[in-house]
Ligand binder design. Structure first.
Ligand SMILES: O=P(O)(O)OC[C@H]1O[C@](O)(COP(=O)(O)O)[C@@H](O)[C@@H]1O
Ligand SMILES: [Mg+2]
Ligand SMILES: [Mg+2]
Length: 333
């Protein structure tokens, strides 16, 4: 039985990073406790507040955000943090080494129906001379992440973590320890499972409509096999499925609001999930560019996302290849 900290030390992870990940897990354990009690603890339902994303905050969005902030700002290694639920970054110790970016509770629209939700995080280093309370310090491309992961609060609470040396799963035991339960996760290259919110079909690009249309034709269509569809509406749960048994998950560009090239957020969701997916042998793309190569312009920037099994994502990319850079520039993706 290997504890998270023991495993990270075995991998020669820097002591400071082991310390920071330990702090993050203290906060996530508290979130898990609140979620386990659910209605009993009075943590379900919505608040009257709207966040910077224009979404009504669930009570648990606020509780998870406050817990992460409290634990992280207590750690002197943390120079600053940025959260999906905060308008602006929050400065920590100006001498600190790390910036932590997080979605405190992903999939929170599912909270009241007891479907899995999770905390997604991305860790960067504070660039020299930058102010950790300003957006600019955080606007680093995904390739600069030193670690990324999520804790999925499902039947069990599972941490999926990468520090750039593969992806490993750790399960939260009743002792309060995260124990290594799956080592060097690899996503199968082929799949027969896709995940997309079909209700947005009419807003997609033609390329995406053609791709999904071909999947729906099953063994009688050009893809020559029958596909199954899943939509949990909780990215963290979908990515966990993809990491565990393969699949393709996409929240593509859609034309509902031209100012937003997709629903998911690059810094809080796109980049950390892309690092996990690439580290497990998969691909993560906007359909035109690898997500981790995007140069972020704004802290709350949105992105189109298509990720998962290598061969399936490559197949999707061929539908977009012809329209290429011109279309990507036009749609700002
Ligand atoms: O309700 P929709 O349009 O299907 O969107 C679902 C997507 O939105 C999200 O819930 C957005 O994340 P938040 O819950 O953190 O806002 C993703 O987890 C999920 O993939
Ligand atoms: Mg989210
Ligand atoms: Mg969220």
């Amino acid at each position: 039985m290997l504890l998270l900290s023991q495993f990270l030390k075995q991998q020669d992870t820097e002591d400071t990073l082991v310390d920071l990940i330990g702090t993050l897990m203290l906060a996530c354990k508290e979130v898990a406790i609140q979620l386990r009690e659910g209605e009993l603890a009075g943590v379900l339902g919505s608040t009257d507040n709207t966040n910077v994303q224009g979404e009504t905050q669930k009570k648990m969005d606020v509780i998870a955000n406050d817990l992460l902030k409290k634990f992280l700002l207590d750690n002197p290694l943390v120079a600053g943090l940025a959260s999906e639920e905060e308008d602006h970054p929050v400065g920590g110790n100006p001498e600190g080494k790390y910036l932590v970016i997080f979605d405190p509770l992903d999939g929170s629209s599912n909270i009241d129906i007891n479907v899995s939700v999770g905390t997604i995080f991305s860790i960067l280093e504070l660039p020299e001379g930058m102010d950790p309370s300003q957006d600019e310090a955080y606007l680093q491309c995904g390739r600069k992440q030193v670690a990324a992961g999520y804790v999925l609060y499902g039947q069990s609470s599972v941490l999926a973590l990468t520090t750039g040396h593969g992806v490993n799963f750790f399960t939260l035991a009743h002792t309060g320890d995260f124990i290594l339960t799956r080592e060097q996760v690899q996503i199968p290259a082929d799949t027969k499972e896709f995940a997309i919110n079909m209700s947005n079909h009419r807003f997609w690009e033609e390329e995406m409509r053609n791709y999904v249309g071909d999947l729906l034709q099953g063994s009688e269509g050009p893809r020559g096999k029958n596909y199954n569809m899943r939509w949990i509406a909780s990215m963290v749960a979908e990515v966990h499925r993809v990491l565990t048994r393969g699949g393709i998950f996409t929240y593509p560009w859609d034309g509902r609001d031209p100012s937003k090239p997709g629903k998911l957020r690059l810094m809080y969701e796109g980049n950390p999930m892309s690092m996990l997916i690439e580290q497990a042998g998969g691909i993560s793309s906007t359909c035109y560019k690898n997500i981790m190569d995007l140069e972020p312009q704004r802290i709350h920037q949105r992105s189109a996302v298509a990720l998962g099994s290598k061969n399936e994502v490559e197949a999707l990319l061929t539908y977009h290849a012809e329209s290429g850079d011109g279309q990507a520039a036009k749609l700002n993706i």
